[in-house]
Design a protein around this ligand. Structure first.
Ligand code: PAF
Length: 286
């Protein structure tokens, strides 16, 4: 595996592969790799001839009071996992390589970034779409892999790629969970043992909502109220949101109809956790 830090190096590495018509798969990450990332890498390895992983903690997607400085950066361990999973190149640029001091260009996706995490993390998605656009221009992959845990991110990136006519297939991969249901996330490392236990309230609330929907409940306010109650009952926390929205347009739904995204973001102690489920109510309907 090659570890490459500059744009010119990764371009030179990929040029002969592209000329030979090899399918290039790309997994963008911020490092602190876990089984969720590894599932994306394995899928890329199974479907592509060349696999590139980027490891870059992107400053522009963190708010001024967020955890950019504290975000885990276990680069050697990450590179070892990439090697183990058969990655061909790990692109690990320093911040100066990605952002010139006088950088003046931002890529934004409107509407889809207004709600959910976008409403609670101003500027976050502009940072994500800008860095992903840059990474796509650098790597020029045929296919890129994103986890469903960041459901809004996947919807936003899919739309950006379609709107900008990039010939890149976006593959969404299922959320990987611990055996007790906790969605894997690099930020889980911040949780104390007690908070780790409490954090199960996110997946428990989502499971409860899915069971109610399967049993015939369609009223969104009742589902949101029940989910919030379950989260609050688990212990002290601050709920950023519990919402049920259209899974593709991310617009609020008064009733559960069609493909819906049930999404939540909750702060437990200093850790902000997100989780979601997609349900297709039409498939459940008898
Ligand atoms: O999902 C992430 O880890 C990041 O948002 C991404 C897509 C790598 C952009 O920095």
């Amino acid at each position: 595996m090659r570890k490459l830090a500059s744009v010119s190096e990764i371009r030179s590495f990929l040029r002969p592969h592209r000329q030979a018509g090899r399918r290039i798969g790309f997994v963008p990450t911020m490092g602190a790799l876990h089984e969720g990332h590894r599932s994306l890498v394995r899928r890329a390895r199974a479907e592509c001839q060349v696999v590139v992983v980027s490891i870059f903690v992107n400053p522009t997607q963190f708010g001024p009071n967020e955890d950019y400085a504290a975000y885990p950066r276990p680069l050697d361990a990450d590179l070892a996992l990439c090697r183990e999973d058969g990655v061909d190149a790990a692109f690990c640029p320093p911040v100066e390589e990605m952002y010139a001091p006088d950088s003046a260009t931002t890529v934004t996706v409107s509407r889809l970034t207004d709600g959910l995490c976008g409403a609670h993390r101003p500027g976050h998605f502009a940072g994500v779409t800008t860095v992903v656009a840059k990474l796509f221009n650098i790597v020029q992959p045929d296919v890129a892999y994103f986890g469903q845990k960041d459901a809004q991110q996947a919807v936003v990136i899919r739309r950006m790629v379609r709107d900008l006519c990039w010939p890149i297939e976006i593959v969404g991969c299922p959320t990987v969970r611990e055996s007790d249901g906790l969605a894997l996330a690099s930020r889980n490392a911040y949780l104390s043992p007690a908070e780790r236990q409490q954090a199960l309230c996110l997946s428990a609330a989502l499971n409860w909502a899915c069971e109610r929907i399967a049993a015939g409940e369609r009223a969104v306010p009742a589902l949101i109220e029940g989910m919030k109650r379950r989260i609050v009952d688990a212990g002290p926390c601050s709920i950023d949101y519990v919402e049920i929205v259209d899974a593709d347009e991310l617009t609020p739904k008064p009733r559960v109809e069609g493909r819906c995204l049930i999404a939540t973001a909750v702060r437990i102690g200093k850790t902000r956790l997100i989780d979601n489920r997609v349900v297709d109510a039409d498939r459940l309907a008898r």
